[in-house]
Design a protein around this ligand. Structure first.
Ligand code: FEO
Length: 171
């Protein structure tokens, strides 16, 4: 049985993952309208993965005698200044998510909730991957700068940078 303190903290994480999914969905839609089909596909998939991160938490909460709460979400930004600004936001957001996961892990240790602590290890590893991918993308975008041909190639090749399983692929 989960403590009410951990239940509350996990539900905060449900909200954060749901918001992540929503933000990446808005980014994907913007990229698609801008004619950046590769970037859009990458972000649509990323959005699906975040939804799966949320679902995994909801199911864990319910299995442990808690209640996964499906939250109200605020509307994400609809427009972005450019591709580099967009991916900088992705990186900043993922760093924020990692910090929140670390705080959750810390709370579990304080509460001696080793089951949830164990469950969260998956998220710890996932965040390492997500941050590293976002950093890799930012490095490439810095190299490209304002070069339009470079952006064309980046959009074409971003799918190969993914390194993540399709949504629902065991993650
Ligand atoms: Fe599920 Fe990218 O945090």
């Amino acid at each position: 049985m989960i403590s009410s303190k951990i239940e509350k903290a996990l539900n905060q994480q449900v909200l954060l993952e749901a918001e992540s999914s929503q933000i990446y969905l808005a980014m994907a839609s913007w990229a698609e309208v801008e004619g950046l089909g590769g970037i859009a596909a990458f972000l649509y998939q990323h959005s699906d993965e975040e939804r799966m991160h949320m679902l995994k938490l909801v199911k864990f909460l319910n299995e442990r005698g808690g209640h996964g709460i499906i939250p109200t979400l605020k509307a994400p930004p609809q427009k972005y200044k450019g591709v580099r600004e967009l991916f900088q936001e992705v990186l900043d957001h993922e760093i924020h998510v990692s910090n929140e996961i670390n705080k959750l892990v810390d709370s579990c240790l304080k509460e001696k909730d080793y089951t949830t602590h164990n469950f969260l290890q998956w998220y710890v590893s996932e965040q390492i991957e997500e941050e590293s991918l976002a950093r890799q993308i930012m490095d490439k975008l810095k190299l490209i700068g304002d070069d339009k041909a470079g952006m064309y190639i980046f959009d074409r090749d971003i799918a190969s940078l993914g390194g993540t399983a399709p949504a629902g692929g065991g993650k």
